[in-house]
Design a protein around this ligand. Sequence first.
Ligand code: ADP
Ligand code: MG
Length: 336
Amino acid sequence: MSDEGRQLPGEFELIAEFFAPLSEGYPGAFALLDDAAVISPTPGSDLVAKTDAIVCGVHFHSDDPADLVARKALRVNLSDIACKGATAHAYMLDLMLPPATTREWLAEFAGGLAADQREFSVHLIGGDTNATPGPLTIAVTAFGEVPKNQMLRRSGAHPGDLIFVTGTIGDAVLGLKALRGELPNLDTTAATSLVTRYHLPQPRTDVGPKLLDVATSTIDISDGLIADLEHICGASKSSGIVDIEKVPLSSSARQACGGDPGLIAEMIAGGDDYEIMFTAPTEAACKIDQISQASGIPISAIGHIEKSASAKTNRVTVLDPGGKPFAVGDKGWTHF
Ligand code: ADP
Ligand code: MG
């Protein structure tokens, strides 16, 4: 049994008050009153699972609004499930709470989860709650379904395929810069929209499942466009060529970066986009256009896949508008 934070009710009261209501409508969650939950996948489908933890001081700040912290913790997992062509239905929540955690913080946190449960049709089905002497840590494990043996992989990109991304790239990196006061000349509307993109990723849950019979490989962009394309190229034993001028930028991002090559390099290296990047043969372009129209999410071709010169050179090259290599420098976020 865990110790509870001093300012909080006991563990079971806390689960009953804040989390059991989030399991309503999912019979296999047993109102969070049993030891485990039951997930019954639709016959003919595979269960797809993903977990992601966020740590105070590493992934979010102690004064970030609790509802946004909750929604980001859930959404980064929904993004992984979506980019694999799957549809999420349920998630588990592991909380490591420091003694200073308050009831108000938890109420706002649970409110954020409730809002996103409505938006993305998912239910909380279980988890764990512990006290910790360390930083507040939140781990979400999401579960989704995909037709049997059809989960989209990182490994299927072929030479000649085009590389596509949903939405726009670099907004979250710029949002973080704006929060740090590093973009002083940006107008308030643009700054707000970039900061929102940093706090609240938009997992492409509509697009992902539509890519099932279209994409040859997929990934969601969390580490950065370049680093994540390198993951696709590594898994697919191929090389990627990106045309920098084709990388889609929001109007706020355009205003913020003003064509500054250094900032553009940070935007494609930076990460936290939670857009889907995928490869598909050129013949699929028309179908991809229809998917974009049907989901209301722009999808842009940003480059293509080539054969690797050798097994060790599954590299990404970024080209400037003149077709010359564009220096990116730091290639994305890694922890260690
Ligand atoms: P046990 O003592 O068997 O390990 P717990 O006491 O940790 O179980 O949890 C009791 C029930 O409450 C379980 O169904 C568990 O999944 C659920 N639960 C615990 N913490 C959370 C949480 N943070 N969010 C959702 N469900 C939770
Ligand atoms: Mg038990």
